[in-house]
Design a protein around this ligand. Structure first.
Ligand code: ADE
Ligand code: ZN
Length: 323
């Protein structure tokens, strides 16, 4: 199996439905409304997806829950051939934005991840993500948590959530705080809003954009992204499942790559979108006639854009090449 690098994965969004149901049962929390008859997550559109996501996350109430989640997610990643991934973590969900609580959650997640890596499994790094529709004040608190715990494991800062909420510019303080702490920067943009939002994200000084696919609607922006070397964390299956594009052939990842933009492939929230990175590669191979050479290029691009330190990158590169 192709060894893979995944840059865009929400830890809670990667929680298998059976795992979430198990925790809900243990804690007598009723979230039965978020599942369909087959036991999959059920939602009708993006806003509803965010609500279902937050309901699923409500069963994760302790650092130990997050340690279990990390192990469950890395098991899925290993099965897809992933050798390195970065996951989004939110102090909002891990301790409600309180620094001391966040430190406990983060250590539990990190310890679980490092045990998996020591046993030969995927190497994981964390990116603190503020949630746009939770507002600027909570984003600042998230950035402070990120800055206080920045280092060799917690390596990035970003923003996710409802792209229609607030203005990206208002989150500049949070991004400046994270940059000063040495964190890599990424922002969800150009998923639900158009090219102008991608331009706003670039003003925050990010090196990567989460999704960014709607840049395709502005040829000058596409050229600018290619020249600047901005890396897009593209999640085609997520975009198609949420109705952004009708099918794989209509997805702009092919044209973006053809115009020189650095694209990478991730799953976003795999069980929500009934996908895996293996499935993403299969569908892309069918839609764009991409071969192993293209996927190797995408993985090298992803590793070069990873927020980890050089020693980690070199170790992962050896695993990518040793196929
Ligand atoms: N949070 C989890 N998945 C997301 C997505 N695709 N867009 C914005 N926020 C998210
Ligand atoms: Zn995302």
């Amino acid at each position: 199996m192709t060894p893979k690098v995944e840059l865009h994965l929400h830890l809670e969004g990667a929680a298998p439905p059976a795992f979430v149901r198990g925790l809900a049962r243990e804690k007598s929390i009723d979230i039965s409304g978020i599942f369909d008859a087959r036991g999959d997550y059920a939602f009708t559109d993006f806003r509803h997806f965010l609500a279902v996501y937050e309901a699923a996350t409500s069963v994760l109430t302790t650092p130990a829950d997050y340690a279990r989640l990390t192990r469950a997610v890395l098991e899925e990643s290993a099965a897809a051939g992933i050798v390195y991934s970065e996951c989004f973590l939110s102090p909002d969900f891990c301790g409600g934005g309180d620094l001391a609580a966040w430190v406990d959650y983060l250590s539990a997640i990190r310890e679980a991840a490092e045990a998996v890596a020591r046993a030969g499994g995927p190497v994981l790094r964390g990116i603190v993500t503020c949630i746009r529709h939770f507002g600027v004040a909570r984003a600042k608190a998230a950035a402070r948590c990120a800055a206080e715990t920045a280092g060799d494991w917690l390596t990035g800062f970003g923003i996710a959530g409802d792209e229609a909420a607030g203005r990206l510019h208002d989150f500049a303080w949070a991004f400046d705080c994270a940059r000063e702490a040495g964190l890599g920067l990424t922002a969800h943009a150009g998923e639900w809003q158009g090219p102008a939002e991608v331009r706003e994200a670039l003003k925050l000084g990010v090196s990567r954009i989460g999704h960014g696919v709607r840049a395709i609607e502005d040829p000058a922006l596409v050229e600018h992204l290619a020249e600047r070397g901005t890396v897009l964390e593209v999640c085609p299956g997520s975009n198609i499942a949420l109705g952004l594009y009708p099918d794989w052939r209509a997805h702009p990842i092919g044209p973006l790559r053809a115009r020189g933009v650095k694209v990478t492939v991730s799953t976003d929230d795999p069980p929500f979108f009934r996908t895996t990175l293996v499935r993403e590669y299969q569908r892309l191979a069918e839609a764009f006639d991409w071969d192993e050479g293209v996927f190797s290029e995408l993985n090298r691009t992803a590793l070069a854009a990873a927020f980890c330190d050089r020693a980690t990158r070199d170790r992962v590169a050896a695993r990518l090449e040793a196929r």
